[in-house]
Design a protein around this ligand. Structure first.
Ligand code: SOE
Length: 362
């Protein structure tokens, strides 16, 4: 791919993720030395007044209403998809066909079949799926500690993704509650994050057994899910994802227990990682509460001086930085469409296990 220094970005969609991505497109080159400059060229969607508001506030040059035209523009290099899930596939297929780099919100699709078509179509273009929690510095540090053998032989992987807004009946028509648009409830929205992290940190899942539940009367998507897993490395896992965890707003947590130590993370304390090391002298054994703000921790040296904490938005910046550097180096970025397809297979196995009331090999 002969790329110029400036890459023009077109974003399709303008909700919560549209803001998170717009911020990342601006901030990436302010904090990091990058191989490319990004131009926020056009933002596309149906509602003109929301588009105008987004364009003014977040510095998009133009607005557009027809994504089919936008993905075929010769002056656009990157298509960023942050629409409701059901539109991921058609937009990604068209964008890949037009030879664009394709960035896509999670979950990649509403089914494995869709995700397979997207992955196949995009084989020759750089892809990114916004599983942003991998780039929380504390989570990246967890991965480094695991790679250094600090957990040892894995025994347990435990994940919770707890939110509570599903209890609010106020907006039953919102797309996240519409099975045609969202595909599922917490399975695609929250469990997908936990499974992406789990397979990145602890390796492939070999089998699983799941129970899905909907609490709200008449709601057509799942509100909660619990999953038991076996991992290929011999460890066992439990996962819980819910929009009914009263009192919890965005607690994306995991804990890993192994022969050499343990690691625990909680997104509501995202600048910290708790690490327990069996190598410590017994009288001082206990969880080290590490403030992951540098020096030397992943990403943070390019943000603020040590001790100056960062936030949710920085995870999108770090994701984008790694993607642009991978593109410049001609390397594969992860998680890409292929990685997200594997997660999609797990999501479908969860649905299948719930339907059949059986363990599913994955
Ligand atoms: C849902 O409330 C949501 O916004 C998810 O869609 C995001 O992926 C997650 O990061 C935060 O919660």
């Amino acid at each position: 791919m002969g790329l110029s220094r400036t890459l023009n970005v077109a974003m399709i969609g303008y909700g919560f993720m549209g803001r998170a991505h717009s911020n990342a497109f601006h901030q990436a080159s302010r904090f990091f030395d990058l191989p490319f400059d990004l131009k926020l060229k056009t933002i596309c969607g149906r509602n003109q007044s929301r588009l105008d508001h987004m364009a003014n506030r977040w510095g998009w040059e133009e607005t557009a209403n027809c994504w089919e035209e936008v993905v075929n523009r010769t002056d656009v290099d990157i298509i960023d998809i942050c629409t409701p899930n059901y539109l991921h596939e058609p937009i990604a297929l068209a964008a890949a066909k037009a030879g664009k780099m394709v960035l896509c919100e999670k979950p990649l699709a509403n089914s494995v079949a869709e995700a397979e078509r997207m992955t196949e179509a995009a084989r020759k273009v750089p892809t990114l799926v916004w599983f942003n929690y991998r780039r929380v510095p504390a989570v990246s540090l967890a991965r480094q500690l695991i790679d250094q053998g600090k957990v040892g032989e894995g025994y347990h992987y435990r994940a919770l993704y707890l939110q509570s807004w599903g209890r609010n009946p106020a907006d039953p028509g919102a797309w996240r509650f519409n099975p045609t648009e969202a595909g599922s409830g917490v399975i695609g929205d929250l469990l997908s994050h936990s499974l992406d992290l789990a397979t990145w940190l602890n390796g492939p899942i070999s089998e699983l057994c799941a129970r899905v539940h909907t609490f709200a009367d008449g709601r057509q998507v799942d509100d909660a899910v619990t999953v038991m897993t076996r991992f290929s490395n011999g460890s066992i896992g439990t996962f819980e994802a819910t929009r009914f965890a009263t009192g919890n707003l965005n607690r994306n947590c995991f804990e890993i227990n192994g022969s050499a130590g343990s690691i625990a993370f909680d997104m509501e304390k995202m600048n910290h990682l708790v690490a327990f090391d069996m190598g410590d002298e017994v009288p001082v054994q206990g969880g080290h509460n590490i403030l992951v703000t540098g020096p030397g921790h992943p990403y943070v040296d390019d943000f603020w001086p040590p001790g100056h904490i960062i936030g949710y938005e920085h995870t999108f910046v770090a994701t984008l930085v790694d993607f642009l550097r991978a593109v410049a180096a001609g390397e594969q970025f992860h998680p890409n469409f292929e990685d997200a397809l594997e997660t999609q297979r797990l999501l479908e196995a969860v649905q299948e296990s719930n339907r059949s009331r059986t363990w599913i090999s994955t």
